[in-house]
Ligand binder design. Structure first.
Ligand SMILES: [Zn+2]
Length: 326
């Protein structure tokens, strides 16, 4: 039997201190090149020497204790205290559906972040998506965490204003925006109902309100599918998230561009309708009256480039409906 002596360096103290853990994660990134310093820390055996027998095989990798503390870490695999939305749903979500168990026995359950009337709902606004639900608040009203969790981000963000994002064990992240005051820090553990900030009117906001979002792997979901706002309670404890629902209901930008595309084709087909003649998603569909010159001009490219990309000649006769790479 081999004995393994694991020497915990001073940096590992962060393991026992949640708030230090998040900053340590960033320090790691910024000070990666500082080998001398970290070697000195590694060699400091005076602080902690733990003699463990048969805990790890020699071959086995010792887990990164800085990272496994964060809620739903297996799902997200990273913890970012600076960027509001670094996660990409479609890259991470490889299943058709998942059942999200919102609250578990023994945890703090669900608490309404603020009990107030709704002033705006999830959906496409005139020029941009609205990924949250707006709740009427007065500046200074107390805003609390919806579930147990850990603060991932608490800072001013463009658009959101003063914003808190909490990561939960159920896999969700909740976003609380336009706050007048932030009362928590990244890494701080919260129980459902714990105060996290005061309502306000910061960022892109007209009149004080709370902008509340529920996100899963970065994808915003409609909070009204989770919360019965009249009763102030969850509609269900087991929420089934299907990929097809994301595509057809929650991915507002994709839905909007699909809608615009439909309108574009409908207009182009109707008499006197306008058609921009610009490619969507890098593909252009040839319409009546088109020439390579016109297509190139509208799409800010050249006939030569078009010919090369599509393996055609300048005098090739275009077919209606033909797809061209732009
Ligand atoms: Zn809003």
């Amino acid at each position: 039997m081999k004995k393994l002596v694991i020497i915990l360096s001073i940096t590992c103290i962060a393991f026992f201190n949640v708030s230090a853990a998040s900053s340590a994660y960033h320090d790691d990134k910024t000070k990666r090149g500082d080998d001398k310093k970290s070697k000195a820390k590694r060699d400091d055996t005076t602080k902690f020497v733990i003699n463990t027998e048969n805990i790890f095989d020699e071959e086995e990798e010792i887990p990164d204790t800085n990272q496994i503390l964060f809620p739903s870490h297996d799902l997200y695999a990273s913890w970012d205290t600076l960027m509001a939305h670094p996660y990409h749903f479609y890259e991470s979500f490889k299943m058709d559906s998942v059942v999200i168990q919102l609250v578990n026995e023994g945890d703090g359950g669900f608490v309404m972040p603020f009990k107030g009337g709704l002033t705006s709902v999830f959906g496409w606004r005139k020029y941009r998506p609205h990924y949250g639900t707006d709740i009427d608040v007065e500046t200074g009203d107390q805003i609390v965490s919806a579930f147990d969790g850990m603060v991932r981000l608490a800072k001013y963000c463009q658009g959101y204003g003063n914003c808190v994002i909490v990561r939960h064990n159920n896999g969700l992240e909740t976003v609380y925006a336009h706050l007048s005051k932030l009362l928590v820090e990244p890494g701080q553990k919260l129980t459902a109902g714990d105060l996290l900030g005061l309502g306000g009117n910061t960022g892109r906001s007209r009149g004080s309100h709370l902008h509340l979002e529920f996100r899963y792997l970065g994808q915003a979901l409609d909070t009204e599918d989770f919360i019965d706002y009249e009763k102030g309670e969850l509609k269900t404890n087991n929420f089934t998230l299907r990929k097809i629902d994301v595509e057809n209901k929650y991915d507002l930008r994709a839905l909007h561009s699909r809608h615009k595309k439909d309108i574009g084709y409908a207009r182009a087909g109707s008499k006197g309708g306008k058609y921009s003649g610009v490619a969507k998603g890098g593909i252009y569909r040839v319409r009546s009256g088109d020439s390579l010159g016109k297509i190139a001009k509208r799409n800010h490219t050249t006939v030569k480039a078009l010919c090369k990309k599509n393996k055609i000649k300048e005098n090739t006769i275009l077919r209606l409906g033909q797809k061209l790479k732009i």
